[in-house]
Design a protein around this ligand. Structure first.
Ligand code: ADP
Ligand code: MG
Length: 614
């Protein structure tokens, strides 16, 4: 039997390889523009026609190529960027495989014009389907121009595989954004046919972001971006994160490392962690985050079209990232505005007319945060403003304001204690509250009607309280009359031991028995003693899941499970005082808008909206 193995001709081999690197017009654009950046260009012009099907042109003012290099650049594995395998680990350029031009030339008609500063004449090379058709000297500017025409002219199957113009264009723009966002010092001009759709002057990261995404809403982007910056021996992180109130379902999110775009689901979670409790669960913040690390500590030597990058110190960077974002959110005193809905929402008054209203005569520290949660700072809620926001029956403010009563353990022991003194003002200065369906509290504020979900509000209040107790250990214990036994398996017990000190700080009291069992002698005064074993098992299960998938911290998970369990529920009738108390305590929370798990607590109906209906 004769031998059956033979080598594929270059043209075929290149076409097959091209299938991996060049999938659509956007891939061509990416490769060409990255080459221009690598060539040190400061001006890059892009022209596409028919969504890149008939033409993709990239012109740069980079260092250009010699005649030989111009010819060589189309050979597979021809690169000027690395020489040995060692250098793979210290790559600073975008390309390094020397595959892109060979792949593009295998599936399109390519015209290259290039000249170096030191050469008088440039060179023109025409290649199609790997064959060189022309090579001659030409007059041209310093730099390089690539025209890629009729992509997939020789691979009809691939051409048919392309999507509509709009889809292909959006792929092109996606690649374009990924490059221009991390190269703000380069000027870019982008023509779709004859129309210049982007003209991006050299600038800094922030202006670049605004120039791209702020086309019709520049102000919105200027207002929402907070700077983050941190530098450690492991990593430098800088960039911008959006304020929580600008979070949305499909947010604009970019990570870059050492000048290249990357995807990083793990770091994405680190970002979400920093925002936990500030945004709704279904939404996510905008961000543009740039990492600089020693190239030796990342591995980019994976498939060219892949954007996932492996970091050596992922866990440490995770914490650094979360801390950097939290710091910036805290520094800017960012909390969502009281009026949570952006559209058609009413502004809470930002100033009140002092002449008409006497301010409260009290001596409290407005910056004291009874539910202080480590990680973010007290919001910039001015009590006077807040108070001014509520409808008043009288304008005298003689009532005692004692924020510290929040600290008082007993006041919230039983929510039904209606003798409870409200925290802000007394109930006489507040319009009556109204409970609807034993579920929503309606109360008047200056600008309209505030509707509060009672269960969610109380969950938020208790969560802040428990978290504060875990972190500052001052929970009060309530002894159990007939102690129950918590029986655990070996590994549950191992985990339980870890969270035991947290539970004790909240007020739980355990006696360790043999065989991984505990006698529950006391519980938090905020939690009923009924079905305490079930509650503990639920906490155990939830915090274990959290530990595996840390979108929130362990402490938050414990506090949340307890808060959800102990909160007053929908369906529970509340007295007017209880409602006032709930509202007061809600507004004493750092974030009264959302539950810890991101559900909306309140909404307002503006006076304007109401009037429109009549
Ligand atoms: P790689 O970028 O991985 O090196 P490419 O196939 O993309 O491989 O490019 C091959 C070579 O052609 C590059 O290494 C570079 O030397 C040269 N080259 C490509 N584009 C340009 C350009 N715009 N300006 C200068 N040189 C270029
Ligand atoms: Mg390249």
């Amino acid at each position: 039997m004769s031998d059956i193995i033979h080598l594929l001709p270059d043209s075929v081999a290149n076409q097959i390889a091209a299938g991996e690197v060049i999938q659509r017009p956007a891939s061509v654009l990416k490769e060409l523009v990255e080459n221009s950046i690598d060539a040190g260009a400061t001006f890059i012009q892009i022209v596409i026609k028919d969504a890149g099907r008939t033409l993709i042109q990239v012109v740069d003012n980079g260092k250009g190529m010699s005649e030989t290099d111009a010819r060589m650049s189309f050979e597979r594995h021809a690169t000027s960027k690395i020489r040995s395998a060692d250098e793979l680990f210290s790559i600073r350029t975008m390309g390094f495989r020397g595959e892109a031009l060979a792949s593009i030339a295998a599936v399109a008609q390519v015209e290259l014009r290039t000249r170096r500063a030191e050469d008088e004449l440039g060179v023109l090379v025409e290649v199609a389907g790997t064959r060189v058709f022309k090579q001659e000297s030409v007059q041209c500017d310093v730099g390089t121009s690539f025209q890629v025409k009729n992509l997939f002219f020789n691979v009809p199957a691939r051409r048919r595989f392309l999507k509509s113009d709009n889809v292909e264009k959006s792929h092109i723009l996606t690649e374009f954004y990924r490059i221009v966002l991390v190269n703000p010092m380069v000027n870019f001009s982008f023509f779709d046919g004859d129309e210049e759709i982007y003209n991006l002057p050299a600038s800094n990261n922030k202006i670049r972001i605004e120039n791209i995404f702020g086309k019709n809403a520049k102000k919105r982007w200027q207002q929402q971006l907070l700077t983050i910056e941190t530098s450690t021996n492991l990593v430098n992180i800088y960039g911008y994160v959006g304020k929580p109130e600008y979070a949305q379902k499909s947010a604009t999110q970019y990570f870059f490392v050492n000048g290249r775009f990357m995807r990083h689901p793990y770091f994405h979670k680190a970002v979400l962690l920093a925002y936990s409790q500030m945004i709704q669960a279904s939404e996510s913040p905008n961000y543009f985050i740039y990492f600089e690390v020693d190239p030796q500590t990342i591995d980019i030597n994976i498939h060219p079209t892949k954007t996932e990058i492996k970091f050596e110190n992922e866990q440490a960077i995770w914490s650094i990232l979360t801390a950097a974002i939290k710091e910036s959110l805290g520094k800017f005193n960012v909390v969502p505005s009281i009026d949570f809905d952006q559209e058609g929402a009413v502004d809470m008054p930002t100033s009140i007319n002092i002449e008409n209203i006497r301010p409260p005569q009290t001596n409290f520290n407005p910056n004291y945060n009874p539910f202080g949660i480590s990680g973010y700072k007290r919001p910039n809620l001015d009590w006077e403003e807040l108070y001014g926001g509520f409808e008043k029956k009288s304008t005298s403010f003689d009532s005692k304001i004692d924020l510290k009563s929040n600290e008082n353990e007993n006041h919230s022991t039983s929510f039904t204690n209606s003798k409870q003194q409200p925290i802000i003002g007394d109930s006489e200065t507040r319009a009556d509250n109204f409970q609807y369906k034993n579920r929503f509290i309606l109360t008047g504020i200056k600008s309209g009607l505030l509707l509060i979900d009672q269960q969610r509000a109380h969950t938020r209040i208790l969560f802040d309280l428990f978290l504060n107790q875990i972190e500052n250990s001052h929970g009060i214990s309530q002894q159990v009359l007939f102690p129950e036994i918590l029986e655990l398996g070996v590994d549950d017990d191992l985990f339980f031991e870890q969270i035991l000190p947290d539970l004790q700080r909240i007020g739980f009291d355990f006696e360790r028995l043999e065989n991984h069992s505990y006698q529950v002698k006391g519980v938090s005064s905020h939690v009923g003693t009924a079905s305490v074993i079930d509650l503990l098992l639920e906490i155990l299960e939830k915090t274990r899941t959290t530990a595996l998938n840390p979108v929130v911290g362990i402490h938050e998970s414990i506090a949340l499970t307890l808060a959800q369990n102990a909160s007053i529920k929908s369906g529970q009738r509340l007295s007017n005082e209880e409602m006032s108390d709930l509202i007061d305590r809600l507004f004493a929370c750092a974030n009264p808008n959302l539950t810890p798990d991101g559900k909306k607590i309140m909404t307002t109906l503006s006076l304007e909206e109401l009037e429109k209906r009549f």
